[in-house]
Design a protein around this ligand. Sequence first.
Ligand SMILES: [Zn+2]
Length: 301
Amino acid sequence: MKPVQVNSPRTGEGRPVDAVPGIFSKQGRYRRKPAAGTPVSLLLTFALSFLPVLALTACGHDAATAPPRDNSPAGIGDTVKDAAKPSTGNGGQSDPAAPGDDAAAAKPDAAALFDALALSTDVRESFLHGPKPHECQKYLVLHDTEGTSDPWSVINWWDGNGAGIASHFVIGTDGNVVQAVPLDMIAHHAGFGDAGHNALYGVEDESRDDRVGTTPIGGAFPDYGMNSWSIGIELVHVGGSGFYPEEQLAALDGLIAAIDAYYGFESVIIDHKAWRSGNSDTSPEFAAFLANYQQYRRHLP
Ligand SMILES: [Zn+2]
């Protein structure tokens, strides 16, 4: 895979990042789908055309059993919004639903679902830890931030911390959703898990993850495969402080629906403490909601 130029919104300087089908715009926003005809878009087309092969190599999946791919060019929020505009569409590559095809017509696409969220993006270069192809997705890992700061402050803190830690999304108590890592990149949100959890969860500790900033914690937590196979979602919440606001849970409902539509299958929903026992998040007051998410993919049945 050839590297793609990615420009930092902080420094304005670019650096090549392997297998990132996108660039940062002049406004500092990461855009997965550049204008047609540019070398990057040609590379994206080339990369997508070989996706099953890449997945076979990178993820060890049998391409024949790989989950179906959504045609949406989604990757992050503002690209999704652009894709929802009639002027961009999907390049006419997919067949329009046949008239009277109620099943197809009733199923919202990823672009529309992302567009329905109060979603913004704040991608930082330090959060990007390697390629995460479509076929390398199995889990949605839910976290609490264990703080009251809004999503933008959380992202600033992560970037300043220097450990390269981030989740793909942070959801504020008011329902604002901020995306810090594109869906097709590995984020360091799950860290090390219990011994045997790589096998239990069917994840591998692969070379796709650059592990920059990672420090083993040893002891009973040697396994490190979850980041390469999951999307991390942080809820602004302090454990023990009470229930989660309806606006925040409604945003999580919508985000999960959008991610499901993007991948074309339902990822398994777990919380962070399932991966690493003894971890604090999610908090006990989320337990009933977690059960509902796992059964209904919403916080209420
Ligand atoms: Zn966590």
